[in-house]
Design a protein around this ligand. Structure first.
Ligand code: GUN
Length: 291
């Protein structure tokens, strides 16, 4: 029997635990605050940010949302970040990516106070992660670790193949999984669009994490029996339904399920975990700033 990993349920458990930490902070006079900044009119980005704000409301985090006209000069975004850095009621800051082309995304990441960097993307925090002392674990990779834990898959000693080398998922996840720490100690191979014979790599893996943004790239023929499959992909593909599209992952779920001992669905797998770990980082930031 294949275990279909219920990301919504695991995320709910994390939010329940966070509720207790939030109450403790509130009893000390601190309400954790998360600021989201959107400089885009991309409907998917708008949806992601509004879901993050709704999550905040549900768990008792003070959510502050700021929208900046995508045509506005980059300085408007930097000034907004400066104000949020100085605001004592804001403990975490997230600028939804991508930002418009006239804005330098690296400069945006560097502008955020590293102690308020709820995404964990500031170069100081990336450095701390790589050095083995993460301050904020990036949300999606941390969520992947928690999903593996939820099905008792300890990465220690296992061959993990990550398909995708992004700064948001592939690279930080590889760093977390090789660490000498709980949830780490794996042997990690990072594959990408230039990898020769991807199927040979994925067939050798105990755990496959697909995070390349190619709809249904990984199918059952590329997997070994008993593999654990974590699908980070969220791809809109045309569909003959009311919306005109449907969401599919980077894994062909039906054929992969025949091989996997455990697999995440899309939607309802990694997505809810990314959101839960953002709340986690916000509460962590609030606790550290209160100390
Ligand atoms: N855009 C897509 N994923 C992310 C994320 O994890 N954080 C931010 N800030 N923007 C994103």
């Amino acid at each position: 029997m294949t275990d279909i990993i219920d990301g919504r349920a695991v995320a709910e458990g994390i939010r329940t635990d966070l509720g207790e930490s939030i109450q403790t902070l509130k009893d000390e006079g601190v309400t954790p605050g998360l600021a989201t900044v959107l400089m885009s009119d991309d409907p998917a980005s708008e949806t992601y940010v509004s879901m993050k704000q709704r999550d905040c409301e549900e768990v008792g985090i003070n959510g502050i949302h700021i929208e900046i006209d995508p045509e506005a000069p980059a300085e408007e975004l930097y000034e907004t970040i400066d104000d949020l850095n100085e605001d004592p009621e804001v403990h975490g800051i997230l600028v939804q990516m991508p930002v418009p082309d006239h804005v330098d995304s690296q400069q945006v990441l560097r502008a955020i106070d590293p102690k308020k960097d709820a995404d964990g993307f500031h170069p100081e925090n990336v450095g701390m992660l790589v050095a083995g002392h993460p301050r904020f674990k990036p949300c999606t990779p941390h969520g992947v670790q928690k999903l593996l834990e939820s099905v008792d898959v300890d990465p220690e000693g296992k061959d993990v193949v990550i398909v995708g080398r992004s700064n948001i998922v592939g690279k930080p996840l590889a760093n977390l999984l090789i660490q000498k720490a709980e949830g780490g100690n794996a042997t990690v191979t990072v594959c990408h669009s230039r990898t020769d014979d991807l199927a040979a790599k994925t067939r050798d893996a105990d755990v496959v994490v697909a995070a390349c943004g190619v709809p249904e790239l990984i199918d059952g023929s590329m997997l070994s029996d008993g593999v654990t499959v974590i699908d980070v992909g969220v791809n809109r593909v045309d569909a003959d339904n009311e919306k005109g599209y449907e969401l599919v992952g980077d894994v062909d779920f039906d054929s992969a399920k025949e091989k996997a001992s455990a697999i995440t669905p899309v939607p309802g797998g990694v997505g809810p975990m990314t959101r839960a770990m953002l709340l986690y980082n916000t509460v962590k930031a609030a606790g550290e700033q209160a100390d």
